[in-house]
Design a binder for this molecule. Structure first.
Ligand code: GAR
Length: 205
């Protein structure tokens, strides 16, 4: 299965995917390209080091041409799956429609809590601590036209600890949740074990 990975920042999720492909924990998956929303994303350095092609497709620079440019690039690559791995922007409607149930996203909270527009990066963790909830985690879901609303594929939770800061909680969720369930979801899809029925995900045995 050929995938394109979209990134915006540090690229720890991208690194987890690349490491698990190298170690054989992810099988039959090849990253065709890493596509960044901005040219200063450290994820580009990680991809280049691993010998993976990179491209910057910036909504800020392209404006109205962004959606077509993204779609053209994905069609040129011929990818089977698009993985948003720390992608802090939003794909255009044509791209989302053309790749329906073929785009997945990792969100750093337990959807439907602490998600939606503006809830990205460190912000869900700040909101979790402000609310005083006792568990948080991460969610992998298919992407539809609304923020964080598509069918949920996998979730993993951790306890929120009394002395957590947004940063300690973010780190624990990245390592114990995101870097576990995103590679796992990719493998399930590569193995043909995920189907969407009535807008809900069913994992085949
Ligand atoms: C991750 O925590 C990811 O879940 C989050 O941004 C961080 C990027 O880390 N994504 C979102 O908030 C998307 N709504 P990374 O670049 O090191 O993988």
């Amino acid at each position: 299965m050929k995938i394109a990975v979209f990134v915006s920042g540090g690229g720890t999720n991208l690194q987890a995917i690349m490491d698990k492909i190298s170690s054989g924990e992810i099988r039959n998956v090849e990253i065709s390209e890493v596509i960044a929303s901005n040219d200063s994303a450290f994820a580009i350095v990680r991809a280049t080091k691993a010998g993976i092609p990179t491209k910057v497709i910036s909504k800020k620079i392209l404006g109205d041409a962004y959606d077509d440019a993204t779609l053209e690039e994905l069609d040129r690559l011929g990818v089977d799956l698009v993985v948003l791995a720390g992608f802090l922007s939003m794909l255009g409607p044509k791209t989302v429609a053309a790749y329906s149930n073929r785009i997945i996203n990792i969100h750093p909270a337990l959807i439907p809590a602490f998600c939606g527009k503006g809830m990205y990066g460190i912000r869900p963790h700040e909101a979790v601590l402000a609310k005083g909830v006792k568990v948080s985690g991460a969610t992998v879901h298919f992407v539809n036209e609304n923020y964080d609303e598509g069918p949920i594929i996998l979730q993993k939770a951790v306890d929120v600890l009394p002395d957590d800061t947004p940063e300690t909680l973010q780190k624990r969720i990245m390592v114990e949740c995101e870097q576990v369930i995103l590679p796992k979801a990719i493998q399930l899809i590569a193995d043909g074990k995920i189907e969407v029925v009535n807008n809900l995900v069913r994992v085949k045995p």
